[in-house]
Design a protein around this ligand. Sequence first.
Ligand code: CO
Length: 283
Amino acid sequence: MTDTRHLSGIYAGIPATDGAGVQLTRMVGTPDLDMVDPFLMLDRIDSDDPDSYIAGFPNHPHRGFETVTIMLEGLMRHQDSVGNNGLLKPGDVQWMTAGRGIIHSELPEMVDGRLRGFQLWVNLPAEKKMMPPGYQDIPADRIGSAAFDGGSARVIAGSYLGIDGPAQPQISIRLLDVRLDPRATWTINPDDGSDLFICVYEGSLVGTAADGNRHEIEAPGTVLFHGQGGVSVIAGDPGAEILYCEGQPINEPVAKYGPFVMNTREELQQAVDDFNAGKLATG
Ligand code: CO
């Protein structure tokens, strides 16, 4: 009986444009890697060219899931239709529960410099898709860091090495921002039955497939693992910075249309109708 999850796939991500022309790399939510239940999408932004990000994401709606914004560098202003307003600074995280509906904007509050970070979409089960919207602004100093031999992990959600993440997701999620020294080994024991992926966003990471072969993943890359049990990876020569995303799969049908994620086509049509009728602005 083996207790190890093996590397089962590596995905480089694809260039994409979203919002008012923001250039990003879609790591999850691509034709090759549609979703990792309960994670619907992961977008990575990393640019020091203002033309590629300055227009940001003007007002747009969401319904049916949660958006998680993880800022690494730069400044981003959030405003939404239920009155929330916040400035995301380096290291900050924003956890927004769209629920039955919200309209928000995410605009860079900078004219030059490097903008670097992620947006992760976490699905909601049917019973929570129409809940009232929620918003958690989590400053960097509320995110505890767990030190271990060869690195450290910022615990954003869930718990790790005795540190509880400050985010309060609607479903069971563990989200870690991990930094590994060159050639350091990192091992974690995911919860039974959980799905997970690792996004390597700086440096490189080495994982082992079921046949024993080692594969090196250069940033940016997403790694999937097969089976149950622990995960063990090794940082490459430059070290590694990785986003570890683990959650219990929802196992429900997914119907997606742009910023709406529901269970059926009919619910998607209702979302569009409600948006056109102005019903998503009021929460
Ligand atoms: Co949005």
